[in-house]
Structures are given as structure tokens and as C-alpha cells.
Design a protein around this ligand. Sequence first.
Ligand SMILES: [Zn+2]
Length: 499
Amino acid sequence: MQLETIIGLEIHVQLKTKSKMFCRCDNSGEDKPANTTVCPVCMGHPGVLPVANKQAIEWSVMSALAINCNIPNFSKFDRKNYFYPDLPKGYQISQYDQPIGLGGFLIIDTSKGQKKIKITRLHMEEDAAKLQHSADDKWSFVDYNRSSTPLMEIVTEPDMRTPEEAKIFMQELRLIMRHLDVSSADMEKGHLRCDANISLRPVGQDELFPKTEIKNLNSFKAVERALEYEIKRQIKLWEAYRAPDTLATRGWNDAKQITEEQRTKEEAKDYRYFPEPDLPPLTFTPEYIEEMKTKIPELPQAKRLRFIDMYGIAPADAKIIVEDKELANYTEQVISELKGWLISLEGVEGTEEEIWANNKQKLMKLVTGWLINKLGALLNENNLGVRDCKITPENFAELIAMIYQNKLNSATAQTLLTEMFKTGIDPSHALEEGGLKQISDEKEIENIINKIIAANPDPVADYKRGKVQAIKFLVGQVMRATKGKVDPQKVEEILKNKL
Ligand SMILES: [Zn+2]
């Protein structure tokens, strides 16, 4: 039987507001001692009143708009009732039938091309406290610091067909949240969490079969692996005529790389939702929604396309650069410097547009290559982000300009870059101070080459007898004598002429 995979995601994003969702407590409690960022409101004492966090609402509206949701004029909070030791009120304030965002979508770039994933809804809610169990399971501890932390829940339609699509969707969502600057969206820290719903069905059928929800997915890798495992497990059940016939909840065991059965899932009716009487409903005017739209910066998808169209950057490189907002800004500053430099060059004819168009492709190859591979490697080795980098965009652009004009060979350029990276020095000074300036005087180069020929009669004889490899040895000797300050290709050329 030919089966297809149906995947939908439920994602929680923790907002990095200063205070919590419904009280004024510090929202950075995860870094503080347990139960120190708490108050009667977030500990669920009787008689207290919640007040909604204005910033959290604004950011949720911006996030909903960024994933192409409609913002209804009217929205409200509801109580989701259930009992658990991490929930002191006995209910969670959430949104049930009138969420803040409805009917959105995201376009993702998969290995098989672009795909549109529809988004059912985005709603706001508060987080529960954190439970910790002692190793011998005799004790459980509650840390209320996390209680009432603002969360957004994003639910997708069952539009994904492969684990890869689910992973890419999560990665794109993380990038959007970081561009909006509303969440650190770190999966490892639980600031971005994901439950994946999966079911299979025979190809050609439209019906959806009871889904299995996978919890505890703490990394992108876990999302992909857990879904791959679950597909294999469910295929076996289908082949044995035992396809899942009820909703089920399984947890991902990262150590064993398997999913394990958990409790059966509660349905909405079990939560006895009702409108939260202590919070007024929200009304969004068209003016408010317009204002929120103006606060949304350029998003990753648009930025990638612009980098490709405007600068002629290769799609694969654009993807890497836009992955890091700081790197994208840095790249644009470098490009703007280079553009200015190109236009100011003497003896170049044409309009600004023509000059740029004529040089763009070659220059951009240099820029992306040196940024991603060379500077990227230095940043990685030192565990730094581009924001901590001592090389200013102006100096980086100057280095690229020097390489572009063949004033440096790539070995010298690499030495310069390392020096600039260490001290922040500009490339022309580094070149002089480090004695790295290229020897461009032909006479001087010839003198050195003559000396090398005289000192190495055997390899010279070898070369003359047709042993082509011998010339590489001689080039090496010249490079050593000049400490790499000549262009090896030029040396080889002169050597060949002389011999
Ligand atoms: Zn509080």
C-alpha cells in the first residue's frame, strides 16, 4: 500500500518582554534563583487581578502579520481549565475561539522547491511554572519564575509531507522571530518549542486519520528524527492492519532515538474553556493594525530575494547571509562602501549604474566568498558573532577592493584579514606595518629569481630535461625568499621564460 505522510505543527514562542504576561514580574526568571521573580498574581493567589502586557499584545500582532495572518477586529482571552502542580490557578489564561491571528501562511524553500504552508492561527497565552523531580523520584519542586511568561502559540494546517519540510518551517519561523526581535527563539532554551502531529493515509484519499502528537522536540534535529522514526513505526502498523484509530501522545526520547507512548490526549471539551472574566476583550482598529505593519522590518524571505536581485548574490549565499541578521546588515554596508569606491575610481567610464553593472558579479563573488568562508571561519574559530568583529565594514570593503585590483595575492590577503581580525587595524596600515606589501617591481623580482636559479642547478637541469614538476619547487623557493610577497603565477611565468 502506498502511504503518504501528513504533518502539522503546534509551536510555542516565548516572548522576550521585560515583564510577564499578566503581572509586572521580571520576565528573565530563567537566569535567576528559583521563585525570586514571582508575585501573588503569577502564583495564583485568590483575589488578584491580571493585567495584560501591552508589549506582548503588540508583538503578537506583529508576529501574526509577519506570518500573513488576518487580525480580527475583536479578540479575547479564555480560561483553559486543568489541574496540574505547575498551574497554581487551576487554569491557564489562553485564547480559544477568537485568537489574535487567523488564516496565515509561510513560503518555505525545500530541496524540492518552494512550498506554501498554511497557518491556522496564532494566539497568546501564559506559560506554566517549571517542575523538577529529584533523582530518586521522591520529591518534586516547583519554580514559579516561569509562571505567566508570555507565549504565542502558532498552529499550522496539516500541509507538510516530509520531516524535512517540518524542520525547514521551524527554521524559517525562528528566523522571522529573530528578525522581528520579539523572541530569542532558541530551541535549546525552550524559547521555541514544537509539538508535531503526524498521521499517514493511503495515497489518493482525502480523509485525515487520527493523529499522533509528538512532544519533547528540543532541537531541529529532534523534529526531523522523531518524525522519521514515527513514519517508520506507523507504516508497520498500517501494513499489519493496525493503523492508529485514536488520538495519541508520544514523547521523543533523544537518548534512545525513539518515540514512547504517553497519556492519551485530552480534547478541547475536557478543558471546559470559558471567557476570562478578569480581562477585557481586545479590539483592534484598522489604524492600530496599520501602525503595527509599519513596525515590521524587512523579513528574511524578502531580504533573500532582494540580495539576489539587487546585488546578484547567489541564492545559496543569500540564504547563509540572511540566516544572521547582523551579517546581512554588515554585508550591505560592505557593498555600499565598495559601490562608492568603484564609482570614485579614476579613469572608469560610464554612469554609476553602468560601472556597478560591469563589476557587480565579480565583486560580489569576492565579497560573499571572503565573508562566508574566510571571515566566517575566523568568527567560528573564536566563537564570535559578526557584531563582536573588530573589522569595520569600511576596512573589510577596502581589503576586498585591494584583492579586486590584484594588489594582494590570496595568501597575503588571508594574513591581512587575520591581522585585521585580531586588532581592528585597517588593511593599508596592516600591509605596511606587517611588511606584507607586494613586490611589484619587475626588476626586483627578476633579481630574486636569478639568484634562485643560480643556487639550484639540479632542479633547473631536471626541468630542462622535461621534468615539469621541478618548476613548482623553484616557485616555492622564490616564495620563501620573498616571504610570499610576490604573485606565484607571475613567478612561474618569468621562470618559464628564463629556462
Ligand atoms: Zn508576577
